[in-house]
Write a protein that binds this ligand. Structure first.
Ligand code: AMP
Length: 249
């Protein structure tokens, strides 16, 4: 079984980003970049399925500018078999990424497609769902447990009221939640080995996909700085302030 895993190159989760002075975006020029944490979990899950003998070939795909190769190499060092970079310097919104992944799926015919539930830079949580709609395939989002038996995928999802279990026949699309697994560390020998694994570069034009953004971002703003708290003398004062100043009760 072939698995396709979508991996996004994002600002590392430890980096504190700042809005550019002209509010046109976030300044990431010198920021440390990494594989999106949910995508790292997606790659780990594909590798575990390969170790169980269920998956035989893991293809990782990233869409964006050429530095995305670093994230693809990380996924290859973890254990993916080959990589495709859909290279473009254009701003990519979830619909464009979903269309690019759909085009790659058409060429590669994977039975299993795994994405992260969301990218930590844009927090859209849309690409997997859009891809399922475009390809008309079943989807199970926010997977916290996955088992595959005889072409049947069973996915446990954490929802407000508890756990939901879904089952569908592959091919299908799964998006990962944080609790699905704990990704392995990449070892130095595997980083060296990953340099020799195949990494193909395609362009949106070659895939016949128009990636023109559909949404225009008007401005980015820093979140308001939090005011310092105060200590109140007693519960009565607290209730009074909540009622008359904060007006929340
Ligand atoms: P989003 O809908 O932007 O929150 O992203 C959800 C998931 O879609 C991510 O966790 C990735 O698996 C995938 N994805 C989003 N953007 C890209 C990209 N540029 N390249 C590869 N995968 C992506």
């Amino acid at each position: 079984m072939k698995a396709l895993v979508a991996v996004k190159h994002v600002v590392d989760f430890n980096v504190k980003v700042r809005v550019k002075s002209d509010k046109s975006g976030v300044d990431i020029a010198a920021a440390k970049m990494s594989i999106n944490p949910f995508d790292e979990i997606a790659v780990e899950e594909a590798i575990r399925l390969k170790e169980q003998g269920i998956v035989s070939d893991i293809l990782v795909v990233s869409c964006g500018a050429s530095p995305c190769q670093q994230t693809l190499r990380t996924a290859l060092a973890m254990g993916a078999d080959r990589a495709i970079l859909v290279e473009t310097s254009a701003e990519l919104q979830p619909l464009a990424v979903a269309k690019l992944l759909q085009a790659v799926m058409k060429q590669e015919q994977p039975q299993l497609v795994i994405l992260g539930k969301q990218a930590i830079d844009d927090d859209c949580n849309q690409t997997g769902q859009m891809l399922a709609a475009l390809t008309d395939l079943p989807q199970a989002t926010f997977a916290s447990k996955l088992t595959i038996e005889a072409e049947q995928a069973t996915v446990t999802r954490e929802i407000d009221g508890g756990l939901e279990t879904l089952s569908f026949t592959l091919p299908g699309i799964i998006t990962t939640d944080l609790r699905l697994n704990e990704p392995r560390y990449v070892t130095l020998p595997n980083i060296m080995k990953a340099k020799k694994k195949p990494l193909e570069t395609l362009t949106p034009e070659q895939l016949g996909v128009d990636v023109t953004p559909r949404i225009k971002t008007l401005a980015f703003n820093e979140p308001p700085t939090r005011k310092a708290g105060i200590v109140v003398a007693d519960v009565a004062t607290l209730v009074d302030k909540l009622k008359n100043e904060a007006k929340v009760i």
